[in-house]
Design a protein around this ligand. Structure first.
Ligand code: ADP
Ligand code: MG
Length: 728
């Protein structure tokens, strides 16, 4: 029987690209056809109901049952015209991914038949049995009920024949069990706080929204090769595999032409995304071979998060139609670039101003600086919390490693904005400014060029970079739900803005003019947050030392990083702004520790199995061939056989050495797991996994990768990096 690897390769060679023809050449013809958006609401709802829902979306007002009935009936009418038979509440549990439970529209009628009914009650609330979702101990199985509740700010959509209604997911006792609940609270908090601050500059501002434009990186691997690699299939990454002789060193993949099969996948994906109203705009090859990126036009943050998790689901589904598997893991292949999900974030007003974009005059630029400075201060004050929001077992391979290293948080601003902040710091002193000084400063502020937008210098090593009209949180992992970092960032910025507003008003009360009060508080914040500003190379050894001098924290260990969620400072922040209760927060971290432990546990088991069942037997087989050869040489040449067999005997020894090491280290790993599994406390257990189990994964791999280099290619059972990365 042929080695499984070769059978997989044969399958790959026989694949043909599949071609998809959209119903029209114009995207605008079918964009959002499967979304119950404003235009459709207007058509399918009474004027009264439509206005009611708009109020709810724009102002967060509650929707009463009567209105909900009308909306549900309109939704059902629209959906049934599109062939829909079922509906589901669609939510984002803490497991990652999305969850749904479908119900048919039918109810029994009096004659024993059925009729299609969709009530306001069914739209607004469902009670899924939630006992199998992680809750961090909030929910006991005897009160397993959870509630999903409609989020009208994200429109319902159709997938296949099911109407999907975005919802939050909470426990029987009202505690958040999902990603959306705290995100909505954080967005509300930043809206309120930022609107107050905007009104210092413009009384017409009534609402501020947070925007998110995510850039989703991913790998594609042929499905046959994927299945021939149990580590990929079970953990999402390769736990072994020697580097390919050629990978990304020539930089010939980045922005290269997209292979035909991949291009067919992308077209198919985009077509499905457009029908769901996801405004995907950019696609390109990434740095590593078989690595790609997709990015939409930015949207309101809650909607953007829904669209990101939705597109990840679509990508999983559609890649399979093309014989691919999509990898969202942050580091599927050791030694080459991993994947991130840059979160481009900004605030904007209902008057159409992006607050993180330089303006056209001194006044709007002062507003711009206000928001930039408050954002920087938020990153400084809540660096540990921001790190916690992106820490996970899979992002650990970027955490501390050289990829947008979030182990140390810092902010890159670019020379223009940096210089402006320096100047503000120098010129404004706590004494009253002379009129000349004021004019000079205003002139300078007015000079921040609008052009900045296009020519901001980039710093690709920065975890949190200003890029002209937004900040880019680059530490977020490709597999994560962006709701978590967005919840933290928006909450932190809200807290700073509240404080800023208070301090400015206190100075005004003391008789200081408004602009000068703003200048003075800004100056104070610029000085306070100076340590977080860094324009240099975040990957350099020097930065680690420099950051330490500046008192910035540097945490590479995941459980330790996760603890940032429950420091006194973080608790204060979340409680003060009503984002999480203490119980919710502790439960959430509990879930995160548990998930970390389980992920490492699975990796350890898979690597143990592969080592003992695949690698060691193959190495032994090859060693026997070598031994046979030496014996034959001895038979032929007698005592002088050594002249001919020198390197073979060396190789036999080398193989023995690696086999012995693998076996003993696998045993050590099993023992370490046994010890760790006895620990009750979930944080302590996660730490034990991180300190005693995880390091063995790399040590074992080292010996496996050495064997891969020497064992006969003909009998090596697992697809190699050069095949996983270059054949599609
Ligand atoms: P790059 O790779 O150069 O960072 P991309 O064009 O790939 O840029 O992605 C940038 C993302 O940032 C897009 O989703 C884009 O819509 C988004 N974006 C642009 N301006 C803003 C903004 N003011 N606020 C939030 N996101 C933005
Ligand atoms: Mg970017």
């Amino acid at each position: 029987m042929a080695v499984i690897r070769f059978r997989a390769l044969e399958q790959v060679f026989s694949r043909k690209p599949m071609h998809i023809t959209p119903p029209s050449d114009k995207i605008s013809d079918y964009f959002a056809v499967n979304v119950f958006d404003r235009a459709k609401m207007q058509k399918y709802l009474s004027k009264d109901a439509f206005e009611h829902v708009m109020e709810a979306i724009d102002r967060g007002t509650p929707i009463d049952r009567k209105m909900a009935d009308i909306v549900a009936t309109g939704m059902k009418a629209w959906a049934m015209e599109r062939g829909v038979t079922h509906y589901t509440h669609w939510f984002q549990p803490l497991t990652g991914g999305t969850a749904e439970k479908h119900d048919a529209f039918i109810c029994q009628d009096r004659n024993g038949g059925v009729v299609e009914i969709f009530s306001g009650e069914a739209l607004v609330q469902q009670e899924p049995d939630a006992s199998s979702f992680p809750s961090g101990g909030i929910r006991n199985t005897f009160e397993a009920r959870g509630y999903t509740a409609w989020d009208p700010s994200s429109p319902a959509f159709i997938i296949e024949k099911t109407l999907s209604i975005p919802t939050i997911f909470i426990s029987y006792t009202g505690d958040a069990l999902d990603h959306k609940t705290p995100l909505l609270k954080a967005l509300n908090a930043v809206d309120k706080a930022a609107t107050e601050v905007c009104r210092m500059f413009d009384k017409d501002v009534k609402k501020v929204q947070a925007n998110l434009g995510w850039e989703q990186e991913y790998f594609l691997v042929d499905e046959a090769l994927y299945y021939a690699r149990p580590d990929l299939a079970l953990t999402g990454r390769t736990l072994m595999g020697h580097a390919s002789a050629k990978d990304q060193q020539l930089d010939d993949h980045y922005f290269g032409s997209v292979p035909e099969r991949v291009s067919a996948f992308m077209h198919d994906l985009e077509f499905e995304a457009y029908k769901l109203g996801i405004p995907v705009k950019t696609r390109h090859n990434e740095v590593a071979p078989n690595q790609y990126e997709i990015a939409p036009i930015f949207e309101e943050c809650n909607l953007a998060v829904d669209h990101n998790v939705l597109i990840m689901d679509l990508m999983k589904k559609i890649s399979r139609h093309h014989g691919f598997r999509v990898l969202f893991h942050e580091k599927p292949f050791k030694g080459i670039n991993g994947s991130g999900k840059h979160n481009n974030w900004s605030l904007s007003t209902d008057t159409g101003i992006i607050l993180h974009k330089p303006g056209k005059n001194p006044r709007s630029n002062l507003q711009f600086l206000t928001f930039v400075v408050n954002t920087i201060k938020a990153v400084y004050d809540y660096q540990d919390l921001l790190r916690a929001s992106i820490a996970s077992a899979s992002n650990a391979h970027r955490l501390g490693a050289n990829e947008a290293p979030p182990a140390i948080l810092s902010c890159f601003l670019g020379s223009e904005v940096s210089a402006m902040l320096d100047q503000l710091e120098e010129q404004v002193s706590s004494k009253k400014m002379s009129p000349d000084e004021k004019t000079a400063l205003k002139l300078d502020i007015g000079r921040i060029p609008e052009i900045l937008l296009d020519n901001t210098d980039r710093n690709r090593t920065s975890p949190f970079a200003f890029t002209g009209n937004r900040f880019e949180f680059r530490a977020v992992g490709s597999s994560s739900n962006p709701a978590a970092p967005m919840t933290v960032l928006n909450t932190a910025v809200a807290a700073e803005l509240i404080e800023f507003n208070k301090e400015v008003n206190a100075l005004i009360k003391k008789g200081i003019k408004k602009d000068e009060a703003i200048f003075q508080v800004l100056r104070k914040y610029i000085i306070a947050s100076r340590p977080i500003r860094f324009e240099g190379d975040n990957y350099s050894e020097k930065w680690i030392q420099e950051a330490e001098k500046r008192g910035l924290t540097n945490i590479t260990d995941v459980p330790e990083a996760l603890s940032g969620y429950i420091s006194e400072k973080s608790k204060d922040l979340f409680l003060k702004l009503g984002i999480f209760s203490e119980r919710e927060l502790e439960a959430r971290v509990e879930v995160l520790y548990e998930q970390y432990t389980l992920k490492i546990q699975i990796e350890a088991r898979v690597l143990g199995d592969l080592s003992i069942n695949h690698v060691v037997p193959t190495a032994v087989k090859y060693q026997s061939i070598l031994l046979e050869n030496v014996i034959q040489l001895k038979e032929l040449y007698g005592d002088s056989y050594a002249e001919f067999s020198g390197n073979r005997t060396e190789l036999i020894k080398e193989i023995s050495h690696h086999i012995t090491e693998i076996k003993s280290k696998v045993n050590n790993m099993v023992d370490a797991r046994k010890v760790a599994n006895k620990i009750q406390d979930s944080k302590e257990k996660a730490i034990a996994y991180s300190k005693t189990v995880a390091p063995l994964l790399d040590l074992i791999r080292y010996h496996i990768d050495k064997l891969e280099l020497v064992v006969d290619d003909e009998i090596w059972p697992l697809p190699k990096f050069r095949e996983l990365l270059f054949i599609s």
